[in-house]
Write a protein that binds this ligand. Sequence first.
Ligand code: MG
Length: 225
Amino acid sequence: MDKTVHGFLFDLDNTLIDREAAFIRFANHFYEQHLRDTTTMPREEVVAKMVLWDEDGYVDREIMFAQWIDEWPEAGLAPDRLLPYYRSEMKQHVQPDADNNRLLADLNRQGVPWGIVTNGKTATQHIACQAAGLDRLAPFIIVSEAAGYAKPDPRIFQDALNLTGLASAEQVMFVGDNPRADIDGAKRFGMKTAWVRRGRQFPDDLLPPDHIVDHAAELRGIVRD
Ligand SMILES: [Mg+2]
């Protein structure tokens, strides 16, 4: 139990929602809709390529779409329709994480300040929050596109700290899966950190997390009384 933690900030993708699983469901659906009847490439290879190009959502969507169009010209994908298609489809494949949402509802009941700090496009990230039931739970959601700067820029951590109403960074724990953007970035700003490991080793060249978890809901054990 860490009694010095008075508030939390959470990354969204692969921290509060299993974005990787949602993207894999989407990629399978995309194969069914656009490629099954037009390409000889096996489904597993299509999905693996799409996951690779997605880079956990960190690559610009237009760059990712250009790779689909290059790789599968036979599918006749319409470039101008891909973004709305992608957004509406991903929304169907994002699912609420019951354990995380229970933890967040408990934080609200206990009056513990918290919020979401996510890198990405404003519309995409708000749609994902709605699909996961997080829009109704979160006291605030900061999206990098609207903020004008992205993690690990210290200004986004400062904005988030201000919204918690807490006085100093060290009272806040940042929970995220990205070693550089979430953990190293928040540590440099003076916050405590918990890393969602997803089966990976933490890189040697970054400031290490204070806690390592497999699932954000494990933080229940370090929530203040
Ligand atoms: Mg993430």
